[in-house]
Design a protein around this ligand. Structure first.
Ligand code: NAI
Length: 341
């Protein structure tokens, strides 16, 4: 790998220290790889994961620019050891031994594009990376960020099924940015600190498939019909708000890196055995008749150990659910048939 440390022995000692500590039941020191680590999301995500005390080893993989990003991040005086990997020949070493794989590899949206417009490029990238995972770290938890998530998660599942390594608990599509946005926008309306607000967002991760459950906001509160319309619309189109403001320079990266780390940290706390870790994610599901759906899941030592049902929906949300399911079904089918073809 691209070893940023001039003293390999020193680096190996560091890693060993982490592993010993974990064996003794101390700080667990998980090994995390980011695939697509040089990108707009990948770089701030790498920085934030280097700051996470649960991470002992951080592997940064990309097809471009990992030497620079790795050298840069490796100078941060936090304990995680950082290693860089460049190009497909180094994918194996990037993946072996990892506990958690985070995938933000792929192209982002430009103004006028939907997430589905990214399908042709990103589907192939996700398929290739997931084939690597089946060979080199089939037991790792996978956090999939690359869009369209509604199709890339079914693609990953199909690749894993073909290889006989599919465990639905270990494959999670990251929809945390929708939750983060919903918390922020709802807190704004309520005049509260976003930290105190919890909005479940279910369905999927594109347009009308993003379904905020405003009737289930905690702390309990009520909205006017106009507020519900405006909030729902803003949460569903938050991504487009950023794409348009960036005017061709990409989509959300900083808030996405924040959301990805919030989600990855929850996965790592689950792996460590913490109890009561519940977050929304797009997973294999029996909550509706669709094979994949985003809802609250309980994260534990083996991944998404429990998928929660949607709870009571009001009429507005039931209508939204029907719309969401229609679009989701098509996106899921598109992902599945991409691999089967
Ligand atoms: P970017 O273009 O800045 O970065 C993508 C990175 O992926 C680049 O460094 C590129 O070299 C790398 N890459 C391309 N092919 C690769 C391969 N085969 N293996 C490894 N790395 C590869 O894009 P950005 O802004 O970081 O977005 C990445 C993805 O995340 C996009 O698909 C975007 O739509 C998605 N996204 C998802 C969100 C979510 O909520 N789930 C929110 C925002 C973006």
């Amino acid at each position: 790998h691209l070893n940023p440390s001039p003293n390999l022995q020193m680096e190996e000692n560091w890693v060993l220290r982490g592993e010993n500590c974990r064996a003794k039941g101390g700080s667990p020191g998980f090994k995390v790889a980011i695939l697509g680590a040089s990108g707009g999301i990948g770089q701030p995500l790498a920085m934030l994961m280097k700051m996470n005390p649960l991470v002992s080893v951080l592997h940064l993989y990309d097809v471009a620019n990992t030497p620079g990003v790795t050298a840069d991040i490796s100078h941060m005086d936090t304990s995680a050891v950082v290693r860089g990997f460049l190009g497909p020949q180094q994918l194996e070493n990037a993946l072996v031994g990892m506990d958690l794989i985070i995938i933000p590899a792929g192209v982002p949206r430009k103004p006028g594009m939907t997430r589905d417009d990214l399908f042709n490029i990103n589907a192939g990238i996700v398929k290739t990376l997931c084939e690597g995972i089946t060979k080199f770290c089939p037991n790792a938890i996978v956090n999939l960020i690359s869009n369209p998530v509604n199709s890339t998660v079914p693609i990953a599942a199909e690749v894993f099924k073909r290889a006989g390594t599919f465990d639905p608990k270990r494959l999670l599509g990251v929809t945390m940015l929708d939750v983060v946005r919903a918390n922020t926008f709802v807190a704004e309306v309520l005049g509260r600190d976003p930290k105190e607000v919890d909005v479940p967002v279910v369905g999927g991760h594109a347009g009308v498939t993003i379904l905020p459950l405003l009737s289930q906001v905690k702390p309990p509160c009520s909205f006017t019909a106009k507020e519900i319309d405006q909030l729902t619309d803003r949460i569903q189109n938050g991504g487009t708000e950023v794409v348009e403001a960036k005017a061709g320079a990409g989509s959300a990266t900083l808030s996405m890196a924040y959301a990805a780390v919030k989600f990855a940290d929850a996965c790592l706390r689950g792996l460590r055995g913490d109890s009561g870790i519940v977050e929304c994610a797009f997973v294999a599901s029996q909550v509706t008749e669709l094979p994949f759906f985003a809802s609250k899941v309980r994260l534990g030592r083996t991944g998404a150990e429990e998928v929660f049902s949607l709870g009571p929906l009001n009429e507005y949300e039931r209508a939204g659910l029907e719309k969401a399911k229609k679009e989701l079904a098509a996106s899921i089918e598109k992902g599945v048939s991409f691999v089967r073809k």
